[in-house]
Design a protein. Structure first.
Length: 279
């Protein structure tokens, strides 16, 4: 068993949420290192030395050729075998916002059992036509194999993106991901009673980007690789919420809540505990 999980938090080329991503993992009981992408590609650092890989938000490569495309290609072709071995060894991976775009465009999400890195979905321009910076409410699939979202029901968290619309050319693929629990979380109307997630399109801005089936995050078949457009690391403390002074303790939103911590922290604690108990 692992006593203290080691987390590789990618940095470089326009990633700008690496420090807060490191912070939440350390708050959850891990040791986090900022690892420049080139350190891995050039062989100066080995991904094998870490238990968790995190790809934070930001604007990698200036979003040229589409958000996440260039960094996704950098990892897909420059680190192909390292990434495949990392996932096949049962180690968790998370991509947040731009990191989610990277995982989708390199083919790791929604992915397949062979970790073939074949792209089957994408994240494209919001229907609003502009960058969305607002708080949203998410609801989590209780039947999902995702280790990151175990015990989570709902979460409030900000989105900060211009290309967050989850799309795929095939309804059959969506149906298949739904059947395997890979459609992990969706945008919902917070006024609706739990559970309320639905395939019916939500109006703007409840769904800030018009994602197919209101999808906000997906996992791979194993449940170890997870990506989402919203920023859970930006809700690591209750006082970060825009309305916290008018509200009580919302820690009942998860079964793994810790007093004073924001709703987003449960996700990182889940991954740390998984590594401690399984690796």
């Amino acid at each position: 068993m692992t006593e203290v999980p080691m987390v590789a938090v990618l940095t470089g080329f326009g990633i700008n949420c690496d420090l807060e991503t490191m912070a939440v993992f350390e708050m959850a009981g891990a040791v986090a290192h900022r690892v420049h992408v080139n350190q891995l590609v050039n062989g100066d650092t080995d991904l094998e030395d870490y238990h968790i890989l995190a790809i934070p938000g930001g604007f990698s490569f200036g979003d040229h050729l589409g958000s996440g495309r260039l960094l996704g290609n950098r990892l897909r072709f420059g680190l192909r075998q390292q990434v495949r071995d990392f996932v096949k060894s049962g180690r968790p991976v998370i991509g947040i916002c731009n990191g989610f775009q990277v995982l989708v465009k390199m083919g790791l999400l929604p992915g397949d059992n062979d970790v073939s890195l074949q792209q089957t979905a994408s994240l494209t321009l919001n229907d609003s036509g502009h960058y969305e910076d607002r708080w949203v409410t998410l609801e989590f699939n209780q039947d999902s194999p995702c280790i990151w979202t175990k015990g989570l029901k709902r979460m409030r968290t900000p989105v900060r993106h211009g290309e967050g619309k989850f799309v795929t050319p095939s309804q059959d693929l969506l149906d298949g991901w739904h059947a395997t629990g890979q459609l992990v979380c969706r945008y919902i109307d917070p006024a609706d009673h739990y559970p309320s997630s639905s395939d019916e399109p939500l109006p703007y801005p409840l769904c800030p980007n018009a994602s197919m089936r209101n999808i906000a995050g997906v996992c791979d078949p194993s449940g170890l690789v997870y990506g989402m457009m919203p920023h859970p690391e930006a809700n690591h403390s209750q006082w970060l919420g825009a309305t916290w002074t008018r509200e009580g303790d919302h820690s009942e939103a998860t079964s793994t809540a810790v007093a004073g911590q924001g709703e987003g922290m449960a996700m990182f604690r889940n991954a740390v505990e998984y590594v401690k108990n399984n690796l």
